[in-house]
Write a protein that binds this ligand. Sequence first.
Ligand code: AMP
Ligand code: TRP
Length: 333
Amino acid sequence: MEKVKKTVFSGIQPTGTVTLGNYLGALRNWIPLQDEYDCIYCIVDLHSITVRQEPAQLRHNAMSLLALYLASGISPEKSTVFVQSHVPAHAELAWALDTICYIGELNRMTQFKDKSAKHSDNLNMGLMNYPVLMASDILLYSTDLVPIGKDQTQHLELARNLAERFNNRYSPTFVVPEGFIPKLGAKIMSLQNPLAKMSKSDENPNGFISMLDDSDTIRRKMRRAVTDSDTEVRFSEDKPAISNLLTIYSLCSGVSVADAEKQFEGAGYGVFKDAVADAVIATLEPIQQRHKQLMADKDYLNEVLKQGAERANRIASKMVAKVYRKIGFLPKV
Ligand code: AMP
Ligand code: TRP
């Protein structure tokens, strides 16, 4: 049966705080897609336990991330919003995909190499399998489009390869998904090191802005942000720190990078940084207010999760049944 609308799938891990990088690179771009596509937005908690998590904190983070999704403009009426661990098909398909994925493919994943270096005391199999689980997330829903930041392109490529490999080995089953990576903001850099991605796991909290940071904290972090050697507010490869701030400014204020360069000509970094802080605060404040209201209504949030899990389960369990049948497992009687 031809689908009327194309399908979008994406997810964020409920690990630590969600950063401005997550918002500008991913979450924000999910909102407008809801009108044109069948969108499925997941809180990928199975992924987050590849790094050690404190159980109570994980529970809190998952609920808080749900509230952030909704506060940012994801509508549970339009989209399917759910928690990955509520849909067993994700783990069930991942197992099957594991058997057609080669160790070499996972061994050369940049994120795996980075995370193994960082968590050398906890080099677990889940960390290596992470991209297969992500492929499972995407392929279960016959996803056409995956809105993600630039750091996830290698993982998406693996999902495409596994889809094609399975289709060739058995018969056409999976849609081969496309990535949707924003032109601006696909990789927001750390405020302390413009050569490294802004990351929630940064040991230095001055490197990232959390979506829930209050105004004073945002302003302080912005003022402390490293800059480049001269004093010009200009977007260029040899000015990674200022280019990053210009990107943030442009996305939060709606002013184009070119217009922002003109606006801050001769202004100096101090004035510019304050303006970036203002733009970020104006973007995040209304989201934070809605987040707070939503967090006070756990019954509502739970109802959203219940309905989301039901919808997701209906689609995903059918796909797993189909895959298991093609593989040659005995049908359930
Ligand atoms: P994660 O926090 O790893 O679960 O990432 C969730 C989403 O945010 C993915 O689509 C990432 O590509 C995106 N993302 C994470 N960090 C950044 C960043 N610094 N800049 C742009 N996008 C990001
Ligand atoms: N791996 C993604 C990240 O860390 C999160 C993720 C898990 C995801 N499953 C996904 C993103 C499926 C898009 C689609 O950023």
